[in-house]
Design a protein around this ligand. Structure first.
Ligand code: F6P
Length: 328
């Protein structure tokens, strides 16, 4: 059977995520195994527009499975959202004969891929690569597990010093529109409360719980706040609590971009490898375009790109109930 594609491009786009390198490695090595030429596109869609594209060999991806960041670099490219930008990108791919694309990124990257592969005759396969885990059609995104583990190890350290000083710590984790890092790192560290964008924060209830803990002399309290919580980030939450509890010793810690770096966890390496392999298989068979490949119940799962970005995941309120019961 003849492959449906012969030359494929791979790029990483949007915020980087640990495990992206493992995914690139899997795409390159699977492509070469099947006799394809594989091209690396540098800085996401910017490299497509600027023709910053190079042929990759098996050794181009040696010694990267354990590295965070992305060897292809990444960017958020506004020009690609204009028709003229996409046309330039298409012309560059055509010149090189690239007839299939693997896009590793988050929702913004998939919106770009969706537009591009609807307009032009180049099938695009998306792999969910974002620490935020804010995509429908997959139980995991590449980078999420590592980011949560990084947050957990930082919060464990904060607990030590919080305990030594009897302090209330308000810890802000990443997640502009998504509370998954907050939820998982908060549960994993025994946080008192978790504030996430998916649920309206009742600050009076948060304070009432802390006051009750104060009365009971429960002196170590950790609040984990997603940066995108509608009440505001950790600083806003701290201000509101301080007004009602002037004697409390409150510290704020914003974990920031450390959550995006570091060696990928075993889970991220394995899912990235599996998804990278599946993306190439998909392009070779030519049965799907405009599709994100995810993993659901440990099986590969295919979702049209527009649905993967549109249907944001919801968080069952029962998760927050668990947090409260376990922290009482
Ligand atoms: O990768 C997703 C994300 O980490 C969001 O949670 C966060 O708000 C955003 O990226 C930050 O992006 P940047 O690095 O461009 O500031």
């Amino acid at each position: 059977m003849k492959n449906k594609v012969s030359k494929i491009g791979v790029l990483t786009s949007g915020g980087d995520a640990p495990g992206m390198n493992a995914a690139i490695r899997a795409v390159v090595r699977t492509g070469i195994y099947y006799g394809l030429d594989v091209f690396g596109i540098v800085r996401g869609y910017s490299g497509m527009i600027e023709n910053d594209i190079f042929k990759m060999e098996s050794k181009s991806v040696a010694n990267i499975i354990q590295r965070g960041g992305t060897i292809l670099k990444t960017a958020r490219c506004k020009e690609f959202f204009e028709p003229a930008g996409r046309k330039k990108a298409y012309d560059n791919l055509k010149k090189l004969g690239i007839d299939g694309l693997v896009v590793i990124g988050g929702d913004g990257s998939f919106r770009g891929a969706q537009k591009f592969s609807t307009e032009f005759d180049i099938p695009c396969i998306g792999l969910p690569g974002t620490i935020d885990k804010d995509m429908a059609g997959t139980d995991f995104t590449i980078g999420f597990d590592t980011a949560v583990n990084t947050a957990i190890s930082a919060i464990d350290k904060i607990r030590d010093t919080a305990d030594a000083h009897d302090r209330l710590f308000i810890i802000e984790v990443m997640g502009r529109d998504s509370g998954y890092i907050a939820l998982h790192s908060g549960i994993g560290t025994g946080a008192e409360n978790i504030l996430i964008p998916e649920h309206k924060t009742d600050i009076h209830e948060v304070i009432a719980r802390l006051q009750e803990k104060e009365k009971r002399k429960k002196l170590v309290n950790l609040l984990v706040v997603a940066e995108g919580d509608e009440f505001g980030g950790a600083n806003e939450v701290a201000k509101a609590i301080k007004q009602q509890m002037p004697n409390a010793d409150i510290k704020v810690c914003i974990l920031g971009h450390i959550q995006r770096g570091g060696a990928p966890s075993s889970l991220d390496r394995v899912i990235a490898s599996r998804l990278g392999y599946a993306a190439v298989e998909c392009l070779i068979k030519g049965e799907r375009s405009n599709t994100m490949i995810g993993i659901v119940n440990n099986h590969l799962h295919y979702t049209p790109l527009d649905q993967a970005v549109k249907a944001t995941q919801t968080i069952d309120p029962e998760w927050l109930k668990i947090v409260k019961i376990l922290a009482s």
